[in-house]
Design a protein around this ligand. Structure first.
Ligand code: C2E
Ligand code: MG
Ligand code: MG
Length: 625
């Protein structure tokens, strides 16, 4: 056990100078030993005060330090001064009349007031001196190695008296030691901060969060309380860095941390977990505590635009939430589950939150499985295109088809796109898959032309995320390589993906249209685009979604929607095709309303190349007049 400073008083000290010197040396040695042994700085400073008090009878010792802004002093250690008195001292502004400590700090030199009631330097604190029977007070400034005053060490005496030479030396040594202890503490804090705080935002980093989380889980398991973990990821943050530079990106992170901190309690921990990821730990969750409200608050505060270097920026987060003990007992599981829920929030359209559910893990596992199998499929050429014929009122002699991708799975047989297109989009594999489809369809189209089939158009589906800069080049190359004239190619993009599209996408589509490729808006009616939006898009055709075609004639709302879409298409000079046509009643209704074309099981299911070729040759595709 480390001895406390006051325990060393068993030595027999008399009053002669040697003995006094010995006493000071002892004090110094013991304190420095405690510093070397890494004892808690607060304990060392308290012990130092007690040791001084034991040397000067009828006194109390105190250490005051500057606040961060160096405007006022607050009590750092005063083990024998009651809290109520400490409260009165805190906030003391240094000055000529601010008592011994206020003066010592103000003048940067020791101040020995032997009578507080008569000395001007105590003018501002006279009532305080009287109330607490402080009759003398000696204070010594505490300085750093660079001679900067950071506070004071003081002995307040209940008797009016000057300090002896020995007592002056005691003050000087105590102030010196206090400086060493405090500076060392600051250095350690700085080192700790370096390892535990994020350099950009100043908030805790991943290491700190993980420690806090482990600790919080221990506490919650003992106290049987709950806690919540929020995984907060900024949406498309990379765009901000790419467009405005990393400095602006850093400012966005700082502002984000600041704003989220306003939504949480003081004992919650917000950390920067990685690039644009923040993890928030909320402890002591009560039954009534609604994590959804916290998430809503965060969404709301971040929804306000940020102004950084006069640039207006919008930042939205996707938030995933996991709970202890509901969603896991260990830190790693809680972080992973919050992360999983965050991904779900992203899939749900971003700028939203999701609470973890076990089914999400299953969905993720499924996604991983499909993703790795799909990679193999692309490598092993397991994908095939089927073609669904389309029937045009005015081109009944020529063949138009939509290419639909299928997966000839080694175990599962023929697999439909619903099973893998979304995974391909989420994983980025859609680019590779899409390029394969484009090349394959162009090659097939050219083959049919060469075989003498009167091909009108071959349509291919393109995912919104495939249309980035350079997309047209991929198509142009496929056309060139295959020799298929562009007028035979049609690109289908879903209406919903076009509603929020950027100018970049529109420019790419414009390039395609200029080259003679036609553009169709797929699944039309589900994406809520307005007439004015449609006018701005380079499109040639609307494909009415099959959910509207499904119950016509009969279901009035579907009849109205279908009729309106056809009228809209006509007024914009676009051709209109109805998807999912399964009955002759549907055809009659659609023809009467002025629809130009149909696609659906009534006319033909999607067919393999050979099946389609036989039907074309046998002329067994239906026709309508
Ligand atoms: P889509 O582009 O709207 O394609 C039409 C879907 O409706 C096809 O499903 C087709 O088989 C089905 N269908 C056609 N006629 C009828 C009908 O009369 N009744 C019913 N109930 N269904 C009909 P499929 O082949 O399963 O494709 C589903 C979706 O997958 C497509 O919807 C398209 O969005 C996507 N997709 C297919 N191939 C590709 C591709 O190569 N690339 C991309 N990015 N997406 C593709
Ligand atoms: Mg389509
Ligand atoms: Mg469709």
């Amino acid at each position: 056990m480390n001895p406390t400073i006051t325990e060393h008083q068993s030595v027999d000290y008399s009053d002669d100078t040697d003995k006094q010197n010995n006493r000071l040396l002892h004090l110094e040695k013991n304190i420095l030993e405690a510093v070397a042994l890494n004892k808690d700085p607060q304990v060392i400073l308290d012990d130092l005060c007690r040791a001084a008090e034991s040397i000067v009878d009828s006194s109390v010792a105190s250490i005051m330090l500057f606040n961060d802004s160096r405007e006022s002093l607050h009590v750092r250690s005063a083990p024998n001064i009651p809290d109520t008195i400490i409260d009165q001292l805190n906030g003391l502004v240094p000055g000529k009349f601010a008592g011994s400590c206020g003066n010592a700090v103000y003048c940067c030199e020791p101040v020995y007031v032997e009578n507080t009631l008569t000395d001007d330097r105590w003018n501002d604190l006279k009532p305080f001196a009287i109330e607490n029977s402080i009759n003398a007070c000696w204070s010594h400034p505490i300085k750093t190695r660079d001679n900067l005053v950071i506070g004071s060490f003081a002995i307040s005496s209940f008797e009016s008296r000057p300090p002896s030479e020995f007592q002056q030396r005691l003050l000087s040594i105590a102030a010196n030691i206090s400086g060493i202890v405090i500076q060392r503490e600051e250095q350690e804090q700085a080192l700790w901060d370096l390892a535990h705080r994020d350099l950009v935002t100043g908030i805790p980093n991943r290491i700190f969060l993980n420690q806090r989380l482990e600790h919080a889980i221990d506490g919650a398991s003992r106290k049987q309380t709950r806690l919540a973990l929020f995984f907060i990821d900024l949406d498309k943050f990379k765009n901000i860095n790419d467009t405005h530079g990393h400095k602006t990106g850093d400012q966005v992170l700082i502002e984000t941390a600041k704003r989220i901190n306003t939504c949480i309690r003081s004992n919650d921990t917000l950390s920067r977990y990685g690039g644009d990821e923040f993890v928030l730990l909320v402890e002591n969750l009560s039954e009534s505590h609604d994590v959804g409200l916290v998430a809503d608050k965060i969404l709301k505060t971040l929804a306000e635009p940020m102004f950084i270097n006069d640039v207006k920026l919008k930042v939205t987060p996707s938030i995933g939430i996991s709970l202890y003990p509901d969603d896991g007992n260990e830190a790693e599981a809680l972080v992973n589950h919050a992360d999983t829920a965050m991904y779900q929030a992203k899939s749900n359209g971003r700028n939203t939150y999701m609470c973890y559910e076990p089914s999400l893990t299953r969905a993720i596992q499924h996604r991983h499985k499909v993703e790795s199998e799909l990679k193999r499929a692309l490598k092993n050429n397991e994908l095939v295109l089927h073609y669904q014929p389309q029937c045009f009122k005015h081109h009944q002699q020529s063949v138009s088809v939509e290419a639909l991708v299928r997966w000839q799975h080694p175990d599962m047989g023929l697999v439909y796109p619903d099973y893998f297109i979304q995974v391909a989009e989420q994983s980025g594999l859609i680019k590779q898959l899409g390029e394969w489809v484009i090349r394959m369809a162009c090659k097939q189209g050219k083959q049919w032309l060469d075989d003498g089939i009167t091909l009108n158009k071959i349509a291919i589906n393109i995912s919104a995320m495939q249309i980035t800069r350079g997309c047209y080049d991929v198509i142009r190359l496929a056309l060139e390589e295959s020799g298929l004239p562009p007028r035979h190619l049609e690109i289908e993009i879903t209406e919903s993906s076009m509603v929020q599209q950027s100018s970049e996408v529109i420019e790419e589509l414009q390039l395609m249209q200029n080259a003679g490729i036609s553009i169709a808006l797929d699944d039309f009616g589900t994406g809520y685009s307005s007439l004015s939006q449609l006018q701005l898009l380079p499109i040639n055709k609307l494909k009415i979604d099959r959910s509207f075609v499904a119950q016509i004639p009969g279901k009035q709302s579907n009849e109205i929607i279908t009729r309106t879409i056809i009228a809209m298409g006509r007024s914009l000079g676009l051709s209109v095709l109805a998807e999912g046509v399964e009955t002759t009643e549907q055809v009659d209704f659609l023809l009467q309303e002025g629809c130009d074309a149909f696609q659906g099981y009534l006319y033909s299911k999607p067919l393999s190349v050979s099946d389609l070729e036989s039907k074309v040759q046998a002329k067994t595709l239906l026709s309508y007049n």
